[in-house]
Design a protein around this ligand. Structure first.
Ligand SMILES: [Zn+2]
Length: 268
């Protein structure tokens, strides 16, 4: 009893952190470097297995949107993405309406998502939502809950992740045996994602029609876009609440782009 209590106390002090933006207290037992190593490993495996598109209009669009989203994420949440080496894979699978991001900045979009994303703004909203899950360390958080449960019972050391914990983390990020994020995490990813997309120069108002399209056209999709998302009505109310702040980011980004264009115009 005393042993489990001191272990629990130790876990509490070791694993207590806060989500960016919302300040929500999180219990996270994995280090960032463990998470990043896992992300790299999983990404390399995916690249070997899937059909990767590496040229063409759709590929260029994913690179452009991805790079802008990554830059905005680094501006808004620099501590959360330190050491990231961003990559944006486009996977050829027209039936898969999905995208994911892994710790370390490894992201993927499936070609099946593009018709529903419809345009760069829509794609940016989805990619920024995925990046937000990583920034807020939602996969590690989910895994930590099950790891802590197991550790308290068994009194085991948690320095090494076993196979089960690894698959839980990856599943939580939408890979392998998918483990849906909680509703709280989805709401958090919507909020952070909205700010990131807006700061990247994409219209945050497009998030409302985008998530409506995802809700109605995305039947039978993977859990990431289905099960625990807030109901459409709640989601739209929340997006409207965050919109004024998102519009400040967007207006600043657009003003900055305009100024750049004016400066780059040849002078007569
Ligand atoms: Zn999500």
């Amino acid at each position: 009893m005393i042993r489990s209590f001191s272990l629990a106390l130790c876990i509490f002090f070791l694993g207590c952190s806060h989500a960016p933006e919302t300040g929500r207290t999180q219990l996270i037992m994995l280090s960032s470097s463990q998470e990043i190593a896992l992300g790299h490993e999983a990404f390399a495996e995916v690249l070997k297995k899937e059909k990767i598109v590496s040229s063409g209009e759709e590929y260029e669009m994913v690179q452009e949107v991805g790079e802008k989203v990554a830059l905005a994420a680094s501006r808004l949440y620099p501590n959360a993405v330190r050491g990231y080496k961003w990559r944006f894979a486009l996977i050829k699978d027209k039936d898969m309406v999905n995208a994911w991001a892994l710790p370390g900045g490894k992201c993927a979009v499936y070609t099946g998502l593009l018709p529903i994303a419809k345009n760069k703004d829509g794609l940016a909203i989805v990619m920024a939502h995925e990046v937000a899950h990583v920034i807020a360390r939602h996969g590690a958080e989910r895994a930590s809950h099950s790891m802590v449960g197991a550790a308290v019972v068994a009194g085991m050391a948690m320095a090494d992740m076993n196979k089960r914990d690894r698959s839980v983390v990856l599943g939580a990020y939408g890979l392998g045996v998918a483990l849906p994020f909680s509703r709280t995490q989805e709401t958090e990813a919507d909020q952070l994602g909205l700010y990131i997309a807006a700061d990247a120069g994409f219209d945050p108002r497009q998030a409302i029609p985008l998530w409506k399209r995802m809700g109605t056209e995305n039947k039978g999709a993977p859990p990431e876009f289905m099960s625990t998302h807030p109901s459409s009505k709640t989601r739209i109310q929340q997006l409207r609440r965050w919109m004024p702040k998102a519009m400040l980011y967007y207006d600043t980004a657009i003003a900055h782009e305009d100024a750049l264009q004016t400066n780059n115009k040849p002078k007569n």
